[in-house]
Design a protein around this ligand. Sequence first.
Ligand code: ADP
Length: 465
Amino acid sequence: MAVIEVVDPSTEEAFASVPDVGVPGAVRAVDAAAGASSVWADTPPRTRSVVLRRAYELMVERTESLAETIVRENGKPIAEARGEVAYAAEFFRWFSEEAVRMHGSVVEAPAGGGKQMVLLQPVGVSYLITPWNFPAAMLTRKIGPALAAGCTVVAKPAAQTPLTAVAIEAILHRALAEAGVPEAVVNLVTSSDAKGVTAAVLGDPRVRKLSFTGSTEVGRLLLAQAAERVLNCSMELGGNAPFLVFADADMDAAVAGAMVAKLRHNGETCTAANRFFVEAPVADEFAGRLAVAMAELPVGPGLDPATRLGPLIDAAGLAKVERLVRAGVDGGARVLTGGGRPAHLERGWFHEATVLTDVPPDSPLLAEEVFGPVASITPFEPGEDVVARANEVEHGLIAYVFTGDVGRGLAVAERLEAGMVGVNKGVVSDPAAPFGGVKQSGLGREGGHEGLLAYTEAKYIAVDW
Ligand code: ADP
């Protein structure tokens, strides 16, 4: 039987495998999800809520083993993996609470003579494609609302990180079985043939929804395929986040915010700060302090509790970071710390935490999403319209602003072309808040009440009372 070998990015060696179910497995998954669709849609919201609540409890109970699995297949430091499990479980808790709040409405028709009734109904079988950078949270952020709304799912995790998904599927199957509903509500497709599997699923008329998290390039391909069947789509795509530091900012907070906004999960997040714009009077101080903080970070395998920076996901990920750093340096950028592979680590896809200053405005380092632990700093002059510069790129997922004047922070936040803005905060993700981007960063929102609505259709019934 075909398998996917799962590789530990800190050793470059395979340590486990899962079945590669391919297109036949995808077809079986759609059959199962379609078969369970009406049962699940008719399951009382309270029962759906109980299933999600139970899945939350089981995830919390199994935090340690889930966190270790994440570290092994993904590479992030163990403390961050524990944090991811808590964050991921929280989506099940939040959507267990939302499951009983699928409120429609009944209003008097403005012209009189009748009522307008609006029901929220589940959109139907949902196909969920997730990336490798948050193997648990990206899955629960989609499965949670889908199940809450009454949709059955087919989920395809990234081929690099199938083990976490298998563990979460087992948790959901147990929670479903305990509630006496079919396990076929949740179906996992592990395959390295992302293209073939996706073509088969999206071509099936029983599938009604596509939710994707990944690169903008692949998102565009999927939207084109989804157009054939006018599918309901949610897209959480790439980012290229600006991080603005004004001279009046609290420097301790700005450096701490930069560390987390840049380095959470080794810099491999769509929310990672990619372009640092720092007001000239404090640019050297900020760059120097960030370089010191980054140079002190222990780099190593994620299971070592001392590690603060793990390996990148694979050879291709590392090659991209190395190419962009080289392009920056060739263009005239100065390396304040890092710049290459750590000398003490012979194996594994490691890259040092790196700070570059005087990055030329046309550098690929600023145009592309680095997806690695590299901070590129460019100063801006007091009075200069830095927001216009921040808005120059095609992406618009998230932006960060650090300033001592919250009024200015809010005014800047309003003008930034981004779906999310952190004002004096380096992390904004929260299951209770709508996560998503504008421009080429995506369509729709995940989390919050909006996350539930993404799996519903409004049905309007006109009633002659
Ligand atoms: P990343 O750059 O983070 O790996 P990708 O967009 O390549 O992001 O991958 C995110 C998800 O999309 C993964 O689950 C991957 O298997 C899937 N994927 C990649 N290419 C395709 C494709 N052509 N069709 C369908 N799914 C794809």
